[in-house]
Design a protein around this ligand. Sequence first.
Ligand code: NAP
Length: 540
Amino acid sequence: MSHTPASAAQHLDALIIGAGFSGLYQLHCLRDKLGLSVQVVEAGAGVGGTWYWNRYPGARCDSESFYYSFSFSDEMQQEWSWSERYPQQPEIMRYLDQVADRFDLRRNITFNSRVTSARYHDAENRWHVATEDGGRYVVKFLITAVGCLSSANIPAIPGLAEFAGQTYHTGEWPHDGVDFTGKRVGLIGTGSTGIQAAPVIAVAARHLTVFQRTPNYSVPARNVPMDPAFLREVKANYAEIRDHTRATTNGHPWDIGEKSALEVSAAERQAMYEKAWEVGGLRFRATFSDILTNKDANATASAFIKSKIRQIVKDPATAETLTNFDHPYAAKRPPVDTDYFETFNRDNVSLVDIRAAPIVRITPTGIETEAGHYDLDIIVFATGFDAMTGPLLKIDIQGRDGVALRDAWAHGPQNYLGLQVAGFPNMFTITGPGSPSVLCNMPVAIEQHVDWITDAIVHMRDHGLERIETTEDAMQGWVVQVNAAAAATLLPQASSSWYLGANVPGKPQVFMPYAGGMARYRRICDAVAAKGYEGFAFAR
Ligand code: NAP
């Protein structure tokens, strides 16, 4: 569907920005359950959001397929069959395409259209929204479903524009792929993305040079084809599994271990880590109760992973560079991998420590560090994102009295429950900063937010209310809770983490997600609603 010409603004109940998991489900709820007039505006040519753009080699979800999916339709979860333990990007795209088809969502999505501004008009209690291609909308509710990791961060390295080869950011990957055959490839970045991409690029390229600034912990994913018997078991027990994911700290269907890493004997601890290493995946960090809260407990996990990497990597100097950790395990989002450390045993792969000898510039023929020059044909930036606030602040959002969100958040994001900002009535941010979002299995966090927003709109309809806006007091109270939740963990101790905004020069350093756990957060949100939406002010 194309947008309405500039002369005629489209008047709607709600506009949703983004057609990823969040936008699709929010559209379904508002249009099909509440009967509202709704349009989604999506910058991509298809649905998928973050997954639409992140097509880099090796792109795969780190959550397991059977629960990295929507739970709202039992028919859908019974019919859909995942092919692997962890879904690859193309399979997630097929899944979201069938969601869009099944619920006939595309007819209310405007593709290839980017929202540039959204301004709240107090007298009308309406948001006026404009898109890059001249679309205009006047809507009661503005719902951002822009994703947390959708604004690419390409470091401003001197000389970048002069590079004679090709450069790519993993989050803006060409749809027809990149041919690495016979090429000397430089990969900058060793977060979850770089760790997934390196083994796959290494197989295709003539030579891969990985430029590592901060060594990263990683645990084997242990991906395997889906076992049909396991999938049958899952489908037979989906209701229970979904309930479990909703009741846990990180939205995964497993519980964090009850024992402290420090209360068991060294032999028992080793055996438990060995077992978790064999199982693989993100649940490694749940082996003990206090890995994320107690530095000494965390050190045992860190030492174990270090010993594993040293066993895998044959060259001791390379192993040393890969394990010279500067932060507690899982204080940054812990990657999981398929043959990442094994990749450094290949003859065509080398590791460059750019913390010891930083990059000086990019030259027409490669990358120059303080230690030497590396000749390259292709540079891949796996350098992450202007996370959480970036996608929101790219849009010129102005609330009451023309106050810009960019100014309101000049010192870091502030909101109530990660859902609403004081001064921005009728605007909701799905999985925004201040909510568990990126610390949780995303579809669980998304469904909780979408359901809560949908219920709030039903409440307004039932009570003849036209405007909902969090109070300044509630917002400030929540900011205190977000900070306290982070301070109770080791998470803020990773000083270069994107959770803190520390990966983007000049960005205010504030711990952005709510670290108190999804289960607790859900209880707080439910209690707020049960008390008549405490902390929100309504107007007729
Ligand atoms: P990231 O975690 O922010 O990692 C970026 C990497 O680039 C880091 O190694 C960083 O080094 C490096 N870097 C950044 N700027 C640099 C510079 N100027 N010079 C040299 N190195 C630089 O980004 P990401 O790997 O794309 O992952 C982001 C998030 O996306 C993940 O944490 C995860 O939540 C999500 N993700 C999920 C999946 C999945 O589930 N399948 C896969 C990939 C990503 P420093 O550490 O020194 O800053």
